[in-house]
Design a protein around this ligand. Structure first.
Ligand SMILES: C[S@@+](CC[C@H](N)C(=O)[O-])C[C@H]1O[C@@H](n2cnc3c(N)ncnc32)[C@H](O)[C@@H]1O
Length: 212
């Protein structure tokens, strides 16, 4: 794995070379400072993460993306901006959550415009399906939040059904400062006049849910 702790913000790659695909990643080796961690799944060209990481230097961020070309943009621009709190990992999102992310290590998961798989017979490929809340619960620290955005009304309906029926999550408003940071796909949709939808769910300890 690249030693990302060496203090040369321009030269060091922001991309993480995984040493193992079965052992959880060592977060202390990825970042210079131990800080709260947020993760974007399917980070694309990292337009959201680059701006969000710039605005929040006291938080660490990981972008998870399967396409190398898109991760290379995160790397190039992350170096140019001198972002010490941003890393990219090339891996499949659900696998990352299940096997590589240390449990309860993340304060927020961002999933923006995940592939919609609009054909009925392909919907089983959607990331936000029945098994996802359990993966999110495993990843999130207590009180952590899942932030969702999509342009696809059918997928949005699925998202709110999946989280609405999952134990341990409550809907919350997306903070306006976060909603204002748009993604590349979001800007394209808005430029074409296509409306987009968003939702957020905070993880609540099951004992507190029983009392509320
Ligand atoms: C529609 S794009 C949205 C990108 C970005 N979030 C945005 O809003 O601009 C979806 C991205 O997720 C990536 N992706 C799709 N499925 C994935 C998976 N299972 N694991 C990791 N990345 C995935 C795609 O390669 C693509 O870059």
């Amino acid at each position: 794995m690249t030693d990302l702790k060496t203090p040369n913000p321009e030269a060091e790659s922001r991309l993480v070379e995984l040493r193992s695909i079965v052992e959880p990643i060592q977060l202390a080796q990825l970042f210079q400072k131990p800080q709260p961690l947020e993760v974007e799944l399917g980070s694309g060209d990292a337009s959201f993460l680059l701006e969000y990481a710039r605005q929040n230097p006291a938080t660490n961020f990981i972008g998870v993306e399967r396409l190398l070309g898109r991760l290379q943009k995160l790397d190039r621009k992350g170096r140019r901006l001198g972002l010490a709190n941003l890393r990219g990992i090339r891996i499949e999102s659900a696998y990352f959550l299940r096997y590589l992310l240390p449990p309860h290590s993340v304060t927020a998961l961002h999933i923006y415009f995940p592939d919609p798989w609009p054909k009925k017979k392909h919907r089983r490929h959607r990331l936000i399906g029945g098994p996802f809340p359990a993966l999110a619960r495993q990843a999130l620290a207590p009180g952590g939040t899942v932030f969702l955005r999509t342009d696809d009304p059918d997928y949005f309906q699925q998202m709110i059904e999946v989280f609405g029926s999952a134990l341990g999550f409550k809907p919350i408003e997306t903070p306006s400062g976060l909603a204002e940071i748009t993604t590349d796909f979001e800007r394209d949709f808005h430029a074409q006049g296509i409306p987009t939808l968003r939702a957020a769910y905070r993880q609540w300890p099951l004992t507190q849910l029983a009392l509320s």
